[in-house]
Design a protein around this ligand. Structure first.
Ligand SMILES: [Zn+2]
Length: 119
């Protein structure tokens, strides 16, 4: 895949993820840090399963957004398609399926394992 095509895809993905985050935030009063949350209804929502689910989806989407942003940076600095951790080429199949990839499969597995430990 050409970088130009990849960039177009990524820009599109970024705006979709970004809009999704904004929409979910709007539904979730607790996700908005600026707002006063000592309202009883919001506290209930906070502790509810739905509130928890929304926040975990939003945090996943934010991770995705950060990754897409990084992939776009990699296009700019000509490291797109190379692993951010070990610098080997990420397989073209993987890049095609996941244009936002910034790690090879091995490193991605390590990163995922680290993240699930820290959660
Ligand atoms: Zn790697």
């Amino acid at each position: 895949m050409e970088n130009k095509t990849a960039k177009e895809k990524l820009v599109h993905m970024f705006s979709e993820v970004d809009a999704d985050i904004a929409a979910r935030r709007e539904l979730d009063p607790a996700a908005d840090d600026q707002r006063d949350i000592d309202n009883e209804m919001e506290e209930d929502y906070n502790e509810s399963e739905e509130g928890f689910r929304t926040r975990s989806i939003v945090s996943e989407l934010e991770k995705q957004r950060t990754q897409i942003q990084r992939a776009l940076e990699k296009i700019e600095d000509n490291s797109y398609g190379k692993c951010d951790s070990c610098n080997t080429a990420i397989g073209p199949d993987r890049m095609l399926a996941y244009p936002e990839s910034i790690y090879c499969l091995d490193c991605q597995a390590k990163v995922d394992a680290q993240q699930s430990r820290s959660n």
